[in-house]
Write a protein that binds this ligand. Structure first.
Ligand code: SER
Length: 884
């Protein structure tokens, strides 16, 4: 079984036992700003466990992408440690309990996964007789293979506080005689004999900040099994995740680029670090993180820079990290569509960050090596904190890297002092920081508002574009305010609002909010916390106060155009699936007023004919003018009815299903036309590839389509006027023109060649002779490098044995070409001459030993450059000293 088969088998095993499959949540949870990254399968489900949100089902199964940073320094030392991995999990929300959970883990492992039951051992908490009995009596594991351990090993909490409880872990026993006592060690010790594969947490408490364990009224099951661990075993490469199909293509790419082999060599550690970190970084970028010096962005920066450092150690060129990112995209995009959607951004971000790092690395390395040398010769045991801080601050050198490199030289780093300096600097920048719309703080602010103040807004915008409401909250320059005056930027929360907040690919609404005392212009609408709609804009008149009655009016023209594009997107999606097949899945979309953009999966380019059929289908649906309506239905029913949905969206228990005509049915929270006819006309304006297996279509509807057709007509009319033909004769006229042009070009070419032949003859006639060798050096006037090359090649071929150096100027550029006959190349080399003299004209160049060209902007120094070239050639022959 490969990793895909394992994911599938896991899903179908638990779906067969009443579980509903949910897609993986992003690595950054919008609803939970308290955690840096999703680090367990249970985290996205916390609102369901606590009862804050209604779960779509009581039994849930997921394969969740997770990132844990605690072990980052361990990555590379062995084949196990990773920062990014995938967690297989089944969850019971107040439903089944220990017996089913343990029994199913066992059945799946020894059944579909085919593990040897004799190689499995389990641990339970010392106090947990119930779990012990399930293992020994129900599953009939021999008692000596069930270990009873304490809190450290068998009590699981996500952090200092949160949902927790005793757990039971399942391990593979890799000992020489599996399962035979006496055991050299127990699974909680790191003797290497036991490998953990699955954890069953019996979640029954909520740990408070003061350490109290508050029992939950409903108990939950949270399990987590490492996909990579299971894949290692089932692919027969236990202990080495880098040999599984998840990593093999990445490792192979590194082997190929660096000319090294993975396995048992000195390069292994660096290969693993580069492979693991480039993959983790790829996922972080796809989930919207940018490298920075703070928080999540810093983790990303560290991953990329550590990968780049080890890439350099392996001798990889700059640019290798983005290439490896692309391999990760290819390997994983089938399961994580966001990778394909954000492919360009991934490459761009990796490229930029690697480049930035390259720039600072060399200067930083010099500094660090200097510091290491100084510390050693002074007999000091370490690098001081000031140096470490300066390296970080000025050269962007992460302290972990300083630690790693200093450590390799046997030195320690004073990290206490480093941290003090860092804190001082952060305090300074905090003090001067202006209002930042930093997404995390923005989210946190409104999440707290929601929790503490119970702030909620009702969305009225499905039915109307203007609504009356009350201002519940105002915030300006980062803090809550009671009023906001003319000129100030403001965030407004109303109890009822028709403004649609950005989501599901549709942009946030714009418009105006008016009270009896003032007016604000809204430029964007966001929903930073569930049911909290925030309108972001500027007070343009008077003053806005909390508590005031307000009229909120969406910019109708923009919104109607956006709705046309949204309904158009649904019709397009349905048509694509009908024409191109079920292989088509949405991979992303952008819906705004000017046009729509739709990304979808397809392993080939659609033909022109197919695209025309798609366009026809959409427009037939528009002309049918069918009803568009939305219903709220339970998630399971919606999925069962085949409604289209996105994998990386989290849905609640009830979902909105939009039906547009008979063929289109999608889960969607967006705003739509009332009938398909409102879309007007849909025209595909562009189709292109945006990555392996992903295509992008851009289209216009309504006024956009009209404008598009009109612009096309005007362009045609203009061209027709220029050619003095009626517009309908334009194609023939252009064809004729093209033929004519080809003819003229041919003639011109022949004339040029004839001209060149004459010039070549003339130049050869002027050749001087130096020590028996013929030398031509000349400024031929108006010429570019291409022209010069052709001419110098001709001259060279007529010289028999000799050297030709030509210069010319075209526009603002000077150019050079050098030719050397073959017999002389052991002594003079055209490439070397150009490299030596091109800098004189402020440029560069090169080529092959017999022919090379160069160019630069300092046209006034061309004569000087030609003299220098002449000098070089003469030196060789006059003095007969070696080669250039
Ligand atoms: N939450 C538990 C863990 O992370 C089981 O899923 O190990």
């Amino acid at each position: 079984m490969d990793s895909s088969a394992i994911r599938d088998a896991f899903f179908s095993f638990f779906e067969g036992r009443g579980h509903v499959r949910l897609p993986s949540a992003p690595l950054v949870l919008k609803d939970d700003p308290s955690v840096l990254f999703t680090s367990a399968g249970m985290q996205p489900l916390v609102p369901y466990f606590t009862g804050r949100k209604q779960p779509p089902a009581k039994r849930i199964v997921t394969v969740q992408k997770v990132l844990r940073t605690s072990d980052i320094d361990e990555v590379g030392h062995d084949g196990y440690h990773q920062t990014f991995w995938e967690m297989l999990g089944n969850f019971s929300i107040g439903d089944y309990w220990k017996s089913e959970s343990l029994q199913w883990s066992w059945e799946l492992l020894t059944g579909p996964f085919g593990f040897d039951g004799d190689r499995l051992v389990a641990t339970v908490h010392t106090s947990d007789d119930e779990a012990y009995d399930i293992w020994t009596r129900q599953i009939k594991l021999p008692p000596h293979r069930v270990f009873r351990l304490g809190d450290a090993a068998n009590f699981w909490t996500p952090g200092p506080t949160g949902l927790c409880g005793p757990d039971s872990e399942i391990f593979i026993d890799t000992g020489p005689q599996p399962g035979v006592p006496p055991h050299a060690c127990d699974p909680s010790e790191s003797c290497g004999r036991y490998v953990e594969i699955w954890n069953n947490v019996f979640q029954q408490y909520d740990r408070q900040a003061d350490g109290r364990l508050v029992p939950l009224s409903k108990k939950n099951i949270d399990t987590g099994a490492g996909l990579e661990r299971i894949t290692q075993v089932l692919e027969g490469v236990p202990g080495d995740t880098f040999r599984t199909d998840l990593f093999r293509p990445i490792v192979e790419k590194i082997e190929q680029l660096a000319h090294v082999a993975y396995g048992g060599g000195e390069a292994d550690r660096s290969i693993r670090i580069v492979a693991e970190h480039s993959r983790a970084a790829t996922f972080l970028i796809a989930d919207g993180i940018d490298p920075s010096n703070e928080g999540r962005g810093y983790v990303l920066r560290r991953l990329i820079r550590r990968a780049a450092l080890h890439a350099r150690k392996l001798g990889l060129q700059t640019g290798s990290i983005p290439q490896l990112g692309l391999v990760s995209v290819r390997v994983m995009q089938g399961h994580y569509h966001e990778l394909a959607t954000h492919r360009e951004r991934i490459v761009q971000t990796l490229e930029n960050e690697e480049h930035k790092f390259e720039q600072t690395l060399s200067s930083g390395l010099d500094q660090l090596n200097g510091a290491i040398g100084a510390a050693r010769s002074a007999g000091r045991g370490g690098i001081d904190g000031d140096t470490a801080f300066r390296l970080y601050d000025t050269f962007g050198f992460p302290v972990e890297m300083t630690r790693e490199l200093a450590g390799a030289a046997g030195l320690r780093v004073d990290e206490g002092r480093y941290r003090d300096l860092l804190e001082e600097q952060r305090a300074r920048s905090r003090a001067s920081a202006k209002f930042s719309q930093d997404a995390m703080r923005f989210g946190q602010f409104y999440e707290h508002l929601r929790e503490r103040e119970g702030v909620r807004s009702v969305f009225t915008g499905y039915d109307e574009l203007g609504s009356e409401g009350t201002i519940l909250w105002l915030a300006s320059t980062g803090t809550s305010v009671e009023e906001a005056r003319e000129g100030s930027e403001v965030e407004i929360v109303l109890d009822r609002t028709p403004f649609y907040a950005e989501g599901g690919g549709q942009v946030g609404d714009r418009g105006h909010i008016t009270t009896s005392e003032g007016r604000a212009m809204v430029a964007d609408t966001q929903t930073p916390a569930p049911d909290v709609t925030v309108m972001i804009g500027t007070v343009v008149d008077g003053v806005l106060r909390v508590g005031a009655r307000a009229h909120a009016e969406v910019d109708a023209a923009l919104r109607r155009a956006t709705m046309r594009n949204h309904t158009g997107t649904h019709l397009l999606h349905a048509a694509l699936r009908r024409v191109l097949g079920e292989e088509v899945h949405q991979a992303g979309s952008l819906v705004h007023a000017p046009n729509l953009r739709f990304d979808f999966t397809l392993g080939r380019a659609p033909t022109r004919d197919e695209l025309r059929r798609v366009e026809d289908e959409v427009n037939a649906a528009i002309l049918a003018n069918a009803d568009v309506h939305a219903d709220l239905v339970p998630l399971q029913d919606a999925l069962a009815s085949g409604a289209q949905h996105l994998f990386d969206e989290k849905y609640g228990a009830e979902v909105r299903v939009v039906q547009a005509g008979p063929t289109s049915r999608e889960l969607c929270g967006g705003t739509h036309c009332r009938a398909t006819g409102d879309v007007g006309l849909l025209l595909i304006t562009k189709e292109e590839s945006v990555g392996a297996g992903i295509r992008r279509i851009e289209a216009v509807t309504g006024e956009g389509a009209l404008a598009d057709v009109r612009a096309l007509r005007e362009r045609m009319e203009r061209a027709a006027q220029t050619l003095r033909v009626p517009p309908e004769r334009l194609p023939e006229a252009v064809e004729q023109l093209a033929q004519q042009r080809q003819r003229v070009e041919k003639e011109l070419d022949a004339a040029r060649r004839a001209g060149m032949d004459t010039s070549a003859v003339r130049l050869v006639a002027k050749a001087e002779t130096v020590d028996g060798t013929r030398l031509v050096v000349a400024d031929v006037g108006d010429a570019d490098a291409e022209h010069l090359r052709a001419l110098s090649d001709k001259v060279r071929d007529q010289l028999g044995s000799g050297v030709v150096v030509l210069g010319g100027i075209r526009g603002e550029r000077a150019a050079l070409a050098v030719g050397v006959t073959k017999d002389l190349t052991p002594r003079v080399n055209a490439d070397a001459i150009v490299k030596q003299v091109a800098p004189i004209i402020g440029g560069s160049g090169g080529g092959r030993p017999q022919s090379a060209t160069g160019g630069g902007r300092e046209i006034a120094r061309l004569a000087e450059a030609l003299d220098a070239a002449r000098g070089i050639v003469r030196d060789h022959f006059d003095g007969g000293r070696g080669s250039a």
